[in-house]
Design a protein around this ligand. Structure first.
Ligand code: C5P
Length: 293
């Protein structure tokens, strides 16, 4: 048996996010382009007699509420074994920010424990378990750039976007995902058509139209709940961002810059007023092995 497995759990932004309608089960039909970024939590998995989670860094939900613990139990149940491991989580991704930190930790736990325990349940089963843990957990099994639809759990890999300067701002106040969806008061109608893939294809083909792709239908309700989000967007644009938008259900805002140096300078001038990260998109070949390494 492997003695220790160490993996990074990356954050994501949503380059674009369309809410296509509200579903009878309380979820919303989405179309989104997920983008893995370099900001990441770290996870370490070791064999033990019981299941234990040791967390350091930013606070995370305790015990059985934590998605890492839920992921470990779900994988063990699927493999028909007892969940025996110590999991060490170093938290760097701000929570309640729309960056998928908890979901990424859960997906990375599935990948890490699959390796540690040698469960070999297979990629399809891992995707099923991931989708039950949360709508954006399956994306983190593969990362890179991907189209997400239905609740966000159906994921198709896309070719990488060009290297871009990326600044991320996480306000000290977070937002609750269900509250942001509720504040959007989306109608219970059959899903409308999505535009996001047409915009993505146009951007990939021509290098134009990034500002049309970068649009988030949750931005209006999120800004109603937390008006400072709008100020951050304007400030990023004032510092040279080609476009700036909310990530997921917020409260984090990202700005995309034409060059890494402009992004680094912009991040430097914003530090101290929120959690500010000068980071980068992670580019992965969609034809490479299915799981993140
Ligand atoms: O799937 P997940 O557990 O991450 O979703 C958290 C909450 O966000 C859901 O309970 C729901 O209120 C909202 N949500 C939604 N539509 C989605 C994804 C999430 O309404 N597609």
């Amino acid at each position: 048996m492997t003695s220790v497995v160490r993996l990074s759990a990356p954050a994501k932004i949503n380059l674009g996010l369309e809410v296509l309608g509200r579903r009878p089960d309380g979820f919303h039909a989405l179309a989104t382009v997920y983008q893995e970024i370099a900001l990441a939590d770290e996870l370490e998995f070791r064999p033990d007699a019981d299941l234990r989670l040791e967390a350091e860094g930013d606070p995370t939900p305790p015990g059985e509420e934590n998605l890492v613990v839920r992921a470990a139990r779900a994988l063990a149940a699927a493999a028909g074994i007892a969940p025996r491991a110590t999991i060490r989580l170093t938290k760097r991704i701000p929570s309640r920010a729309g960056l998928g930190g908890g979901s990424s930790d859960a997906a990375t736990t599935l990948l890490g424990l699959d390796r540690l325990w040698g469960t070999a349940v297979g990629a399809a089963r891992l995707r099923e378990i991931a989708a039950r843990l949360g709508s954006d957990v399956p994306f983190f099994l593969t990362g890179g750039t991907a189209f997400g639809h239905r609740r966000g759990e159906c994921v198709h890999r896309l070719p990488p976007v060009p290297e871009l300067g990326l600044v991320l701002i996480a306000p000290y106040a977070g937002l609750s995902t269900p509250e942001v969806f509720r504040a959007g008061a989306f109608a219970l109608t059959p899903p409308r058509n999505c535009n996001i893939m047409r915009r993505f294809a146009h951007y990939q083909r021509t290098g134009d139209g990034l500002s049309e792709l970068v649009h988030n239908d949750l931005q209006v309700p999120a800004e109603r709940l937390l008006p400072e989000i709008q100020d951050w967007r304007y400030r990023l644009q004032g510092l040279g961002a080609t476009c700036a938008a909310l990530s997921g259900s917020g409260s984090a805002v990202f700005g995309l810059f034409p060059a890494v140096e402009i992004a680094t300078r912009a991040a430097g001038s914003l530090r101290g007023q929120a959690r500010v990260f000068a980071t980068a998109v992670v580019r992965r070949d969609p034809g490479a092995a299915a799981a993140r390494d």
